[in-house]
Ligand binder design. Structure first.
Ligand code: NAD
Length: 353
């Protein structure tokens, strides 16, 4: 097939890991006889430095006409003044909104060989295979913000249709997996959460009666994720709770650098990015773990291009490279010599079959 893929390297380690994902996609194209055209565009701090804006119109235009978008990461100390009028993460929030990608999907599984890299005990990690579905374009991150000298506020709003559509996405994913959905809210305190719970109960009873539903308050969910992570199948939650719980869940896998994400809307076009940030502490040193970006490219093949075999081949290649002993510094055992970002990618491409 022919596909146009927009690459948004961004800042810090973003360009390093995006280049690795591009190389893997190019290898997939050669091997499976597809034609992928890559179009590199600006976002984040790099875009602010060049154009004064975190998301230039040229980037929006390119993304809106592409089959899929692969992003590295945005942000860094150079642009970190929280009071600045223009900030890198504004570019990301605006892009998610412009593409209408309201469902952020983050799979978390643990490679057996990496159980030792997690701060949790190996027996707790046995069998962990969960998916967090986070609402991405509503809630407190997008509500009206006010600030005076002695007061600040962030408005949290959810509309029924925003909850209905994200719950349907999560329920369909659960139906294709182990048939279990856990909805996370704070219904004992927040009115938006009470609406979330009512809508979830109604949709699940009416449209997905075969899915087993559990409801947890977000504080309890944070605890259960560490105590019994293998019990979870699909977790659905609102924007801010999902932001926090997915970083917590990433520790199950040993490193932020391992995990991918997909942000999807009502069309096939999606936005794919590793869940980590721009990691300024290791930027430019060639030691970043590219696996999260490469696994994001696999999700791109699956969800935007409907290339399931190719997606599975990339995921198997990542596993095979790790099983073969290739480890970047963040996941290496103390007795192991770590490989560089590009050596890890070479090994994954070698394992692609
Ligand atoms: P971070 O994810 O960048 O880094 C946290 C820690 O994990 C660091 O020690 C880093 O070295 C390590 N790490 C992250 N990715 C890694 C990888 N691929 N390989 C090896 N180690 C890795 O989070 P942070 O330090 O809180 O944020 C740094 C910057 O990134 C900030 O400006 C923040 O706003 C931005 N950020 C961007 C995104 C995004 O673009 N989606 C997400 C989170 C943070």
């Amino acid at each position: 097939m022919e596909a146009v893929i927009v690459l948004l390297p961004g800042d810090g380690i973003g360009p390093d890991v995006t280049e690795c994902a591009r190389r893997v996609l190019a290898a997939v194209a050669r091997k499976f006889e597809h034609q992928f055209e890559f179009s590199e565009q600006l976002i984040g701090g790099a875009a602010i430095d060049t154009t004064g804006e975190p998301l230039p119109q040229a980037t929006i235009d390119a993304c809106e006409t592409a089959h899929a978008v692969l992003l590295g990461a945005v942000g860094g100390p150079k642009w970190s003044d929280p009071n600045a009028a223009v900030r890198p993460e504004q570019g990301l929030l605006k892009l998610r909104s412009a593409l209408g990608v309201y469902a952020n999907i983050r799979p978390v599984s643990v490679h057996d060989e990496l159980a030792g890299a997690s701060p949790l005990k190996a027996e707790i990690l046995d069998g962990v295979d969960l998916l967090v579905v986070r609402e991405l374009t509503g809630g407190i991150y997008f509500g009206e913000k006010t600030r005076s000298e002695s007061k600040a506020s962030d408005l949290c709003i959810y509309h029924t249709h925003e909850i209905e559509r994200i719950v349907r996405v999560a329920a369909r994913l659960a139906a294709d997996r182990r048939g279990r959905l856990c909805s996370v809210d704070k219904a004992n305190v927040l009115e938006t959460s009470r609406l979330w719970r009512d809508v979830t109960d109604r949709i699940m009873a009416a449209e997905f009666p075969d899915i087993e539903v559990e409801t947890l308050l977000v504080d309890a969910a944070a605890m259960h994720l560490l105590r019994r992570p293998a019990d979870f199948d699909v977790i659905v939650t609102e924007n801010m709770f999902g932001d926090i719980l997915t970083d917590e869940a990433s520790m199950l896998a040993g490193s932020l650098g391992m995990l991918p994400s997909a942000s999807l809307g009502d069309t096939a076009r999606g936005l794919y990015e590793p869940i980590h940030g721009s990691a300024p502490d290791i930027a430019g040193r060639g030691i970043a773990n590219p696996c999260g970006a490469i696994a994001s490219a696999a999700m791109l093949l699956r969800h935007s291009l409907a290339l399931e075999s190719e997606a599975a081949a990339v995921e198997s290649a990542v596993s095979a490279a790790i099983s073969g002993g290739a480890r970047t510094a963040d996941i290496a055992r103390p007795d192991q010599a770590p490989v560089s970002t590009s050596e890890m990618t070479d090994e994954i491409i070698r394992c692609l079959n």
